[in-house]
Write a protein that binds this ligand. Structure first.
Ligand code: HEC
Length: 125
């Protein structure tokens, strides 16, 4: 009888332990805003509501690039601003000021942003 009780309480303990401390461990970063929200709020005033580019801001159109090209540009822009390792010029980095954006919660996933831009703005040549 004693053995069974012991085994039972051990089982209960196990269940309780695994149930409680069970914070999902994953490397997936949760972003506060979707790429669409980030774009509208932080990119559109330079790149245009339709990604057409705005000449006075010297911001190029984002309507011609492949997903891969966009990913590479975004990678450079982001790493220049945050990681400090990229081939982006200081000008690119300054314009995009990723550090500030990230501080304000406007960080984004490069792949998600690239496919958002491509799917939303791409115009076949
Ligand atoms: C202050 C204006 C400004 C803002 C805000 C801005 N950009 Fe830019 N962006 C530029 C300029 C200027 C360039 C061109 C940099 C260069 O080539 O020197 C550029 C280049 C790019 C490029 C590379 C395009 C190419 O083909 O060379 C991408 C992609 C891009 N921006 C995405 C974004 C995204 C995404 C955001 C919002 C998170 C953003 N930009 C916000 C001004 C801006």
């Amino acid at each position: 009888m004693k053995k069974i009780t012991l085994a039972l309480s051990f089982a209960v303990l196990l269940v309780t332990l695994s149930g409680c401390g069970d914070k999902p461990k994953s490397d997936v970063v949760k972003y506060k805003y979707t790429p669409a929200q980030v774009y509208t709020e932080t990119c559109a005033h330079c790149h245009g509501a339709k990604g057409e580019g705005i000449a006075e801001k010297k911001a190029p159109a984002l309507t011609k690039q492949s997903v891969q090209e966009l990913e590479m540009s975004l990678f450079d822009i982001k790493n220049g601003g945050i990681g400090g390792q990229s081939t982006a010029t200081e000008h690119d980095v300054m314009e995009h000021n990723m550090k500030k954006l990230a501080e304000k919660g406007y960080d984004y996933d490069i792949k998600m942003m690239a496919s958002y831009l491509h799917n939303t703005f791409y115009v076949a040549k």
